[in-house]
Design a protein around this ligand. Structure first.
Ligand SMILES: Cc1cc2nc3c(=O)[nH]c(=O)nc-3n(C[C@H](O)[C@H](O)[C@H](O)COP(=O)(O)OP(=O)(O)OC[C@H]3O[C@@H](n4cnc5c(N)ncnc54)[C@H](O)[C@@H]3O)c2cc1C
Ligand code: FES
Ligand code: FES
Length: 487
């Protein structure tokens, strides 16, 4: 089979063709060391500080979409066919600063300046999407950017003021949109790419079917979706990830569909891709979703990656298990469907055969009389990993609990359902005492660990209180709804 060997993309205005790209080569190293574009900084090298933020524009089913991402954990191979925009591309040909940069200066948004290019890139992306943001929107946009000098207030003021300095309509990403779309279309290829040295091979499949074939050919390859977990294997553990099969370009693995009462999410859909569907079908997850990482990581990280990674503290498994989600696993042309909770066999062990990949996540949309909640307990509100995460779904008919699904992360070696708490609720009258009994029953289900995120006692008490909180919150909501109906 013939295949191409050069990665092709557009860097700022210039078309690049890079041969021999090792799977483990990061975009940040390429920008700084090979291209000397040192405006993009390296702070943490783990996706936390945002100093390395660049925009990546890619052709989606709805057109060219730009998103801020972390270049430190993004692999060079994964920008094949994309437009990479660094901070150097912002000022005009005459050297005039971009509106976002000028607003940052005028509002004293920069002191030592190390974080500034990263903030500028996040705010640039926000301004392109939402030219007149509220403070809350600014805060969400910069969740993934850390500043140790300014205390953030001047940056937020600058972000809110940018619209007074210029409009996105006159920005070159807007004025050159059609030309850039055509240039990127010219880079798309129907051929598989295989590049890099034998011991660190990059493979870019041409389609989802080709992905299935690639995985048969390289059954032990690392699948790289958003790279927000895999990136750290390279930057923190100094591992080579090759042979690696990249999937972030596969639009067909990102589709989000709605069939009868089931939401079908492609395993490659990013957290950001899912937001609209969640607001419509699973609104209780919408705010929870914004507590996952920061904006850059949500633009890259996928639900499929979160599941396949198998971490006991991943945020999506508990809430998806509570909803009764299933996953479709594919190997070659064979598919099997598995209840999500059965995928997690033990710590670090998932029910996935070599050469198999997660293709789709199937989520039943909650029916009537069903109450749902998702909770995350972490040390920081933003950009932090859970100490405990919970998904709760309870069906109440005529004042009695007819069904419940309760799952926790951070309480065991895998994300896990709480059988004893569910039994304690089954068939009972909706009441505080019943939820208190269910909370106490959690001690039969879980013996959590102590680590630097939380002690075992804290985890257990938090989990129990989340069940009590669920009752209180839902009771208020249910009572208010009844009062409205009878008023
Ligand atoms: C700064 C930062 C903050 C974070 N915060 C959170 C947080 O708040 N909550 C949270 O839950 N996680 C968090 N994470 C972890 C990470 O973002 C998530 O786990 C994310 O969903 C992983 O998805 P990905 O596409 O980046 O996976 P990748 O890193 O590409 O892959 C992860 C694993 O899944 C495998 N894989 C990927 N796709 C498939 C597939 N389709 N089939 C089979 N295997 C596959 C890979 O081979 C790898 O083993 C954070 C990470 C960073 C860097
Ligand atoms: S260097 Fe800190 S997020 Fe990339
Ligand atoms: S200005 Fe110094 S870290 Fe932000």
């Amino acid at each position: 089979m013939t295949h191409r060997t050069d990665i092709r993309f557009i860097l700022n205005g210039t078309e690049m063709s890079v041969p021999d790209v090792a799977a483990s080569q990061t975009l940040l190293d390429y920008l700084r060391l090979n291209r000397r574009l040192t405006g993009t900084k390296e702070g943490c090298a783990e996706g936390d500080c945002g100093a390395c933020t660049v925009l990546v524009g890619r052709l989606t089913d709805t057109g060219l979409v730009y998103a801020p991402v972390n270049a430190c954990i993004r692999f060079l191979a994964s920008v094949d066919g994309c437009h990479v925009v660094t901070v150097e591309h912002l000022s005009g040909a005459d050297g005039r600063l971009h509106p976002v940069q000028q607003a940052m200066i005028d509002h004293h948004g920069s002191q030592c300046g190390f974080c500034t290019p990263g903030f500028v890139m996040s705010l640039y992306a926000l301004w392109m999407q939402t030219p007149e943001p509220t403070e809350a929107q600014v805060e969400t946009a910069v969740q993934g950017n850390l500043c140790r000098c300014t205390g953030y207030e001047p940056i937020i003021r600058a972000a809110v003021a940018v619209s007074r300095y210029g409009t996105p309509a006159s920005d070159h990403l807007t004025t050159e949109r059609e030309t850039m779309t055509a240039r990127l279309q010219g880079l798309q290829s129907e051929e598989r790419l295989v590049s890099g040295p034998e011991d660190d091979l990059s493979v870019i499949p041409s389609s989802v079917d080709d992905l299935a074939d690639c995985l048969l050919a390289y059954p032990d390859a690392t699948i790289v979706a958003g790279a927000t977990d895999v990136g750290l294997w390279v930057t923190k553990f100094m591992r080579n990830i090759g042979p690696a099969i990249f999937t972030a370009h596969l639009n067909a693995l990102k589709t989000i569909d709605h069939q009868d009462a089931t939401l079908l999410i492609g395993a490659g859909a990013s957290y950001t891709d899912c937001q609209d569907a969640l607001s419509t079908h699973l609104p209780h997850l919408s705010r929870y979703w914004d507590r996952i990482a920061g904006w850059q990581v949500r633009n890259m990280g996928t639900v499929g990656g979160n599941i396949a990674n198998g971490s006991p503290i991943g945020d999506t498994p508990p809430v998806l298990i509570a909803l009764g989600a299933e996953i479709v696993l594919r190997r070659g042309n064979a598919r099997r469907t598995l209840a999500l909770e059965k995928f997690f066999v033990d710590y670090g062990k998932q029910d996935r055969a070599p050469g198999e990949f997660v293709e789709t996540i199937r989520i039943p949309i909650p029916g009537p009389n069903t109450l749902n909640a998702a909770y995350k307990i972490s040390k920081r509100r933003d950009e932090d990993i859970s100490s405990v995460a919970a998904g709760i779904q309870v069906t109440v008919e005529d004042g009695r609990i007819t069904q419940s699904r309760i799952a926790f992360g951070g309480m065991a070696a895998t994300p896990k359902r709480s059988a004893a708490a569910e039994t304690a609720l089954q068939g009972q009258v909706w009441s505080a005492d019943v939820f208190d009994a269910a909370a106490k029953a959690l001690a039969q289900d879980f013996a959590p660990l102590s680590d630097w995120r939380a002690s075992a006692e804290y985890r257990m008490l938090s989990a129990q209180n989340l069940l009590r909180r669920f009752f209180l919150e839902q009771d208020v909501a249910t009572t208010a709804a009844v009062q409205l109906e009878t008023a």
